[in-house]
Design a protein around this ligand. Sequence first.
Ligand SMILES: [Fe+2]
Ligand SMILES: [Fe+2]
Length: 306
Amino acid sequence: MALTTSRAQHPDQPSDDGVDVARRLLDSSAQLSYDPLTEVDWDTPLDKDFHGASPEWSTLYGTAYWEEMSDAQRKELTRQEAASVACTGIWFEMILQQMILRDIYSKDPTDDTFQWALTEIADECRHSIMFARGAKKLGAPAYRPRRVAVELGRLFKTTAFGEAAYAAILVAEEVLDVMQRDWMRDERVVPFVRTINNIHVVEESRHMMFAREETRKHLARAGRVRRRIHAVMIAISAYVIVTSMVNREVYANAGLDKERALREARANEHHKSMVRASCSGLMEFLSSCGLLTRPALFWYKRAHLI
Ligand SMILES: [Fe+2]
Ligand SMILES: [Fe+2]
């Protein structure tokens, strides 16, 4: 089946009650879901004439170093960066599958929300296999988040609940969403990566709708102190997610001077503004939920999300 970009819709619509949302999501999923094992072209060998991601999304785009790089180096870098984003995606999908499973552990299995939650976990399971195969095909090593992020993730996935879990899920999904929409439409990006991104964008739009719904629902029952504590927890998770997106080793693996690349990437205002622009909808949502408290804002600013 050919994948087209027109199917992906941003789930910004206001929600009805939770049960209704879950029913609609289940119907939508029954109509349009993908099996990446058969949809993605895994067999054609990697064509190194393509980028792995839209060059404008590279952490070095717009720097002096970028100007000095050859076309082949730029393409290798965006392939390594895309693979790193995929590996970070797997890491986060493992966290969120566990959080959702914990959330529904003792709930009513006949309920639509319960069944949607399991559907979402099944989606994420397919996505992680898809990202793993994609990263391998891009010729990348296993990129893992830094140790402190791995351990914070371990703690978070074991303890986070309610709006803290669902808003953190939303943050990860939103941060990926805008960049993947760009990559899936970009003819400079290698076709199998475009298909991967298209599948992810379509299926994640349902996840984001659910995450918004669950965040609102849980917040409605949360007191002021809990909301303030969770606001900071969500912001710190956002910081950890965003700073884990591109692994430090991508530069050396693309044949670049790692120290210089890291220095220029950290100071890259172009990349910061891309991230900020992509998160404006997310920040609006968090603000409407009262989750942009002053301590939370400190972390969002530090991660260049606002
Ligand atoms: Fe996913
Ligand atoms: Fe998701």
